[in-house]
Design a protein around this ligand. Structure first.
Ligand code: ZN
Length: 358
């Protein structure tokens, strides 16, 4: 009787299951986990970060979860997506600026506390910092080694280790599995730095501070480039534009380019006191529009907006003519000649590939 009941159930549900499997299409989903640019905090925006997830339509693109940069509050934004740090498969860091990495320590502490096991962290190998002064090193390895130091010194790590001896007394550093990308890299796309199944992540060196990397994810559902804070390798004008030639190569025919953006309103001489060095080492919205058009990109997704939307100032630097709106960034990108889709970043803005226009 029971057997008969089960057989009847299977007859009823099996066609439905097969139907679901047959229509599971690969998908790639890109979510901005933080869109704040630089050290200031404005309107509750989280620090820079992009979650790229790959899977298929039957599992909401959730076979692989890749986090690119992890600024302030990343763990909070992930929680709004229902994602815990234990679920991440790898973290990729563009560069050693606090607005891109200060949320990583929290992610790793969480993983350590709840026995998450090693997490791949991909970033550049040690490189001498710009001069002057000499003798400094930009070191992702040192950051990972020391990110739990305050909690070790405070006694917390030892105390929690005693509570549960499965926790490594070395603290969160013990769950970081460093994958250091040696520099220099070839100035052409194709250097694969991480791969899992059909998903391949490649990197290219780009200019901002020493050790800056930009990444590209290729998958059966599409491709996305994470430019980070890349700028032109010529530090200031005269130069053809403010964008990165290597990122342009990496972005060739990409479906999506996610990139930090600087609005021309902060250009030297335009009425703000924004530091020229900080302005020139980012890419402007207009030049990114032009670059995305040349590269054949379908979707240009701005993140790390400087200034933030609606902000009266960026840190101590006041906007000369009041807060900016989305349309100000969009029209700047259009002025550069971009004819594809423009997505102006706000926290948790999401784009799914294959793209379906509404
Ligand atoms: Zn930044």
């Amino acid at each position: 009787m029971r057997y008969l009941f089960l057989s009847t159930l299977m007859l009823f549900f099996l066609p439905a299951c097969l139907h679901t499997v047959a229509h599971a299409e690969p998908c790639l989903e890109i979510t901005l986990t933080g869109t704040m640019g630089g050290p200031p905090a404005v309107n509750g925006l989280a620090g820079a970060g992009t979650l790229v997830r790959y899977g298929d339509s039957s599992n909401n693109c959730s076979d692989l979860l890749l986090q690119f940069d992890a600024g302030r509050g990343t763990i909070m934004r992930l929680s709004e997506l229902g994602i815990s740090p234990l679920q991440l498969d790898a973290v990729f860091i563009t560069h050693m600026h606090s607005d891109h990495i200060e949320g990583l320590a929290g992610i790793m502490q969480y993983r350590w506390h709840f026995f998450g096991g090693p997490l791949d962290v991909v970033c550049s190998a040690d490189i001498a910092a710009a001069k002057p002064p000499p003798g400094r090193t930009m070191s992702c390895a040192a950051y990972l080694d020391h990110m739990g130091d305050a909690f070790i010194e405070s006694g917390e790590i030892a105390q929690r280790h005693i509570e549960n001896r499965k926790r490594d007394p070395a603290g969160p550093a013990s769950v970081a599995s460093l994958n250091a990308v040696g520099l220099p890299l070839p100035d052409r796309p194709g250097t694969v730095v991480w791969q899992e199944g059909d998903v391949k992540v490649s990197a290219i060196a780009s200019q901002h501070i020493p050790g800056h990397l930009s990444y590209r994810v290729d998958s059966p559902a599409g491709s996305v480039v994470i430019g980070g804070d890349a700028g032109n390798s010529t530090a200031k004008p005269p130069r053809a534009n403010s964008t990165s030639a290597t990122v342009e190569l990496l972005a060739k025919n990409a479906d999506v380019l996610v990139h930090s953006v600087m609005h021309p309103v902060f250009a030297p001489g335009a009425g703000s006191k924004f530091p020229p060095l900080a302005f020139y080492r980012q890419s402007t919205a207009t030049d990114l529009g032009a670059m995305a058009q040349r590269a054949g990109v379908q979707h240009l997704m701005f993140t790390h907006l400087i200034p933030a939307l609606g902000a009266e100032s960026h840190g101590p630097f006041r906007l000369p003519s009041g807060p900016l709106k989305q349309v100000d960034f969009e029209s700047a990108a259009r002025a550069g000649g971009f004819t594809g889709h423009i997505h102006i970043g706000t926290d948790l803005k999401t784009l799914r590939l294959p793209w379906q226009s509404k």
